[in-house]
Design a protein around this ligand. Structure first.
Ligand code: FEO
Length: 171
């Protein structure tokens, strides 16, 4: 059985991960409207990964005897002024998620909940990758995204991202 506060924080994080999926799918909607299907595809896959994060946490709670409760998922309300804006919003969001994961980790540490700390190790590592991906997207956009040929090539590159279900809820 998990400590109630630790369990509640993970339960809240399930909601936040589902929101992340919703947010990134909204980014994809924006890029579809802009005719940048490669960017849209990249964020569709990102949304799938976020859903996987939510499933993984839900499964951990269930396997530890916790009754999972769902809350409403917030509406993504971003309005983007240019093609760079979602990328910057994505980095900001990932930094926020990192802080949430660290908060849960700190609570588990406080409760000497080594099992949850071990479970969260995967997410701590994942957040390093998530932030790096977001930073790389911004760098590439700033380097290549401001002329039509560069933007075309970047869009092609992002279109090649593949979804790898390495983050299933049972991993
Ligand atoms: Fe689930 Fe992008 O962190």
């Amino acid at each position: 059985m998990l400590d109630t506060k630790v369990a509640n924080l993970i339960n809240e994080q399930v909601n936040k991960e589902l929101y992340s999926a919703y947010l990134y799918l909204d980014f994809a909607n924006y890029y579809e409207d802009e005719g940048l299907d490669g960017f849209a595809h990249w964020y569709e896959i990102q949304a799938q990964e976020e859903r996987d994060h939510a499933f993984k946490m839900r499964r951990y709670l269930i396997d530890n005897g916790v009754s999972v409760k769902f809350d409403a998922i917030a509406k993504p309300d971003k309005v983007f002024k240019d093609h760079l804006a979602p990328l910057e919003a994505g980095l900001e969001h990932e930094r926020y998620v990192t802080s949430l994961i660290h908060t849960i980790y700190a609570e588990a540490f406080d409760k000497k909940d080594f099992k949850t700390m071990q479970f969260l190790d995967w997410f701590v590592k994942e957040q390093v990758e998530e932030e790096k991906n977001a930073e790389d997207m911004i760098k590439k956009m700033k380097l290549f995204g401001y002329d039509s040929k560069g933007l075309y090539n970047l869009n092609q590159e992002l279109a090649s991202r593949t979804y790898s279900p390495s983050t299933t809820d049972k991993d």
